[in-house]
Design a protein around this ligand. Sequence first.
Ligand SMILES: Nc1ncnc2c1ncn2[C@@H]1O[C@H](COP(=O)(O)OP(=O)(O)OP(=O)(O)O)[C@@H](O)[C@H]1O
Length: 293
Amino acid sequence: MTAPDVTIDNLTVAFKRGQVRALDDVSLRLPAGMVGLLGPNGAGKTTLMRVLTGVLRPTSGTVSVDGTDLTSRAQRREVKAATGYLPQELGLYPELTARQFLDYMALLKGVTDRRARRDRVEEVLELVALGDVARRKKLKTYSGGMKRRVGIAQAVLNDPRLLIVDEPTVGLDPEERLRFRGLLATLAGDRTVLLSTHIVDDIVQTCPNVVVIEHGNVAFQGAIGDLAARAEGKVWHVAQPATAPPPDLPTVTVTPGLAGTTYRVISSRTPASDAERVTATVEDGYMALMHAI
Ligand SMILES: Nc1ncnc2c1ncn2[C@@H]1O[C@H](COP(=O)(O)OP(=O)(O)OP(=O)(O)O)[C@@H](O)[C@H]1O
């Protein structure tokens, strides 16, 4: 497999007869490997993912994976083959085992040959490390992390070039979260995995590249280190003897201590005479971007 080429050009998605522009003339190039997708609520992330999975047709613009135009009705079959999707809420059938469920999903995806289906289901179960349990147990007995792994297994049944994963670690305990992150990184290889999440740490730990969407526009696309660099020189620790925050400055963290509270704030100017400048993180970069500082 060569590195996939995911290209989005001048993508606009309008709702309500054009009154709402969920995406407004968005152009992006998604490289192979893991790409984080960040943005505040209502920014347009879900709309972008729905277009990329072929569920939603854009108002204008083009999206292609290895030359397959995802917005074309004529290429529907190719679109299905090119993309895999793990939505936030994937309906699993509680009375089925993972294997039975995946067999059914493979059938829906057009694998009609029984033996081919069985082989592929075994492969993906192996890939997500669910082999043994899946043989015996019904899905209703699975933990959150195991269910998420079944979700990923169904999304990669067709070995897609572009895998889209929406808020996958919400509700997982810390250990399950780490395991799941590891699984996504393994799957990335030379495909593109687009990971949408509000958990910046998930992106910091797994994604070399990141896209930030705000109000339907691309606010940032590039290397994760460059997003952090966006805030370099503008991150301060301000200690307050009382618990009143420094006025009007975006606050990244608040750390209570014996001598008072320390606020981590973003500011292009020294916010207080005793403020200490500190190294910027990705979260700081995101905050600086959102507040146009
Ligand atoms: N079917 C629709 N009809 C009308 N407006 C819509 C529709 N779908 C999305 N929108 C609007 O488009 C904008 C972008 O929505 P979208 O769901 O893509 O945001 P999001 O970034 O995924 O948000 P969240 O993080 O909360 O899931 C919002 O203003 C939303 O209200």
